[in-house]
Ligand binder design. Structure first.
Ligand SMILES: [Zn+2]
Length: 125
């Protein structure tokens, strides 16, 4: 576990998270594909929003369980509440300061077949 900071592109939204980067997962569902998010799911006690609460908007669709937060100014999705674990925070690892997508081999989740994938071993649990 390590403590890291990150944020959106314009810098209004900033957060601090304590997590293990071994848990970073990519997903092939419709929204994750378009967002390009790399998931890092953490307990709320390991996440702290440092700034930008008032700059966040929330997108919902389908079951409306997931709360897809994004910065109203720059459009980046730094973290959200995931449908798989609505009691947790799903940080976009791509928004961590200095994150290098080429330095990490993410785990894979078949969110395109969400129900079936959730019945198998979920990689971040
Ligand atoms: Zn922003």
């Amino acid at each position: 576990m390590q403590t890291m900071e990150g944020g959106c592109h314009c810098g209004r939204v900033r957060f601090r998270v304590t997590a293990d980067l071994d848990g970073v997962t990519i997903c092939n569902c419709s929204i994750c594909t378009k967002k390009g998010i790399w998931h890092l799911i953490v307990s709320p006690e390991n996440f702290e929003l440092l700034s930008g609460k008032g700059d966040l908007a929330t997108y919902e669709f389908n079951t409306k369980v997931a709360k897809h937060h994004f910065c109203k100014v720059c459009g980046i999705h730094p973290f959200y509440v995931p449908r798989s674990d609505p009691d947790k925070i799903d940080v976009n690892a791509r928004c961590l300061d200095g994150f290098d997508t080429l330095a990490i081999a993410p785990r894979r989740f078949d969110g395109h077949n969400w129900e079936a994938a959730m019945e198998k071993d979920v990689p971040w649990r």
